[in-house]
Design a protein around this ligand. Sequence first.
Ligand code: NAD
Length: 299
Amino acid sequence: SQAKVGFIGLGNMGGPMATNLLKKGHSVVAYDVSPEAMERLEDEGASIAMSPAEVASKVDSIITMLPNSQHVRSCYTGEKGVFESVQPGTLIVDSSTIDPSVSKEMAGSALKKGAVFMDAPVSGGINAAKAGTLTFMVGGDEKEFMAAKELLSAMGKNIIYCGGVGNGQAVKICNNMLLAISMIGTAETMNLGMRLGLEAKLMASIINAATGRCWSSELYNPVPGVLENVPSSNNYEGGFGTALMAKDLGLAQDAATKSLTPTPLGSLAHQIYRVMCNSGLAEKDFSSIFQFLQEQNSK
Ligand code: NAD
């Protein structure tokens, strides 16, 4: 059955995700603080609302794709927010990457309104968002998972149940902590080898057939020219921004602190990505750690 879906947050990820819902025949009521973002969706056949509350009053399910925890909290609980007018029985799925404790807080507020809230952050980036092949990591009540899966399958290929609400976020921030650590490790390793006189492509091919191999070395190598279709070969444009990675590493550190868990390399990775943000690389892809380290080489 083709539901009436509200979509809030039409940015790099949310825009193409909402487009895929339209392509699959859903009717979409869209909202973003940016009028330009709303116009793009309107051109593709969505109807437009003037606030999250207006979206909530018109739909059976709601998806949000916002930058961070503060945006999510204000979109749901703020003035003209979703919870002002959400209808009982509404399925709410938040796909933003945020603090798992904020997901739990939103789920509690939704329950008071008779609605269901699930967290479902994504992996795959903008290309997968456009292609409709995202991976969704879903947290929430297991009885509601099938309904969420049906909705999300218009935008993704792997929809995975992770347990109670907040668990989707927990998996996501753990994965991104490891990704940051492995990207920094790959960048400093490549930089050292190149300074020892090795050619970058040869070095990468040996690592990728040896025990140092990882996603960052094999499929997203941070050294320009090693791979063709990655941000490092395009002046670190596009991809997954350094500022968003710094945010995710901050979420991992908050979670580590609250759960009294030692994460020494996650902590260092957080600091490195924060410094990169202040060095002009905030909007560049997170593989620009290689450029950052190269700038520290003594001549
Ligand atoms: P983005 O900045 O491109 O888009 C966010 C959109 O939300 C913008 O259009 C903005 O105008 C809108 N917005 C902000 N506040 C709003 C509000 N109060 N109400 C309505 N709209 C509001 O960000 P993105 O790249 O689409 O990322 C969204 C989320 O997905 C982030 O949490 C990010 O960490 C996560 N994510 C991104 C990627 C990626 O590759 N870009 C991959 C996986 C996960």
